[in-house]
Design a protein around this ligand. Sequence first.
Ligand SMILES: Nc1ncnc2c1ncn2[C@@H]1O[C@H](COP(=O)(O)OP(=O)(O)O)[C@@H](O)[C@H]1O
Ligand SMILES: [Mg+2]
Length: 349
Amino acid sequence: MSETDTLRDNRDRGGPAQPLVLAQNLTKHFPIRSGLLNRQTATVHAVDGVSFAVHKGETLGIVGESGCGKSTTARLLIGLIELDDGTIVFDGDALGSAISLRDMRKSVQMVFQDSYASLNPRLTIEETIAFGPKVQGLADPLGRARDLLGKVGLDPNRFAHRYPHELSGGQRQRVNIARALAMSPRLVILDEAVSALDKSVEAQVLNLLCDLKDEFGLTYVFISHDLNVVRFISDRVLVMYLGEVVEVGPVEAIYGKQAHPYTASLFSAMPSMDPDNRTMEPPLSGDPPNPVNPPSGCRFHTRCRFAEDVCSGAKPALATFGNHPDHLAACHMHDPASGHSLAGAEASA
Ligand SMILES: Nc1ncnc2c1ncn2[C@@H]1O[C@H](COP(=O)(O)OP(=O)(O)O)[C@@H](O)[C@H]1O
Ligand SMILES: [Mg+2]
């Protein structure tokens, strides 16, 4: 059996229709402590009741302004921080009961934005990639590392013995990707993994990610603030605002017509060279409210030009929008039961 076949080995017990990850009501609040006694004085609502599925073989993009909880969601998914509330089901196994965090971590790997900080400066590239497999007791970790270096486009004869500081940012990120793949993961979380790269290098790494996904049968969660990049790589997109999901759906549906006023404003800031593609939506003004004291009801109501009384009073639930059954948005203005309509608001705006 070749290396690739080994990495592809079928651990797909639940079949292709069962989501690889089912995250329900993920919640993480960070205490803020101050003063001599280090008392808790406030709570940051970093992630508040976030639910979503990641389907096998897809790329789920996560977008939203800085501080909306994207990285915290990723860290919860990989078990780097503990959930305050909520459940994670990994291919049908509930985390904590049917599958341990330790076992799940073998199947989920993460690549971070800072390619240099993620690597041990004292280890050569091949030692870095071989480290995980060695700890796991896998056969021939160095051979595996050299094989993976080739897969990420770095000639093992030139790069295996180099140190991280001898590499460019793009090359280091390729090493980080190889290191993640060395653990034969099923899910790879890319948290702003290409955001620090030059545009030309970014494009090369994005293409590499697409190739590796096919070759190793991977599933990606791709976090980025760059909406063009998310469109290129994702199958579905999840939009977060102040720790909550405001919209989720297939790329073509969301990029075609945004359902939530927040998504529409966010997308209006997206550069486009196509004059037919320009949105008339005014861009977002001001910063997001403080996550220590998130607004009541719909958290976007303080910045939303369509907001009515109902928006500050009650939290909107995710409901289907438009023609696509998988396109959901949490906005009172789309809820036929509430008697409101964004279309009406738009006409009078
Ligand atoms: N360890 C922590 N302690 C306190 N607050 C945190 C911590 N990590 C993140 N936060 C806060 O949680 C919110 C969400 O952060 P984060 O998930 O990093 O957002 P994003 O990745 O979308 O920029 C922010 O307000 C951030 O300041
Ligand atoms: Mg982040």
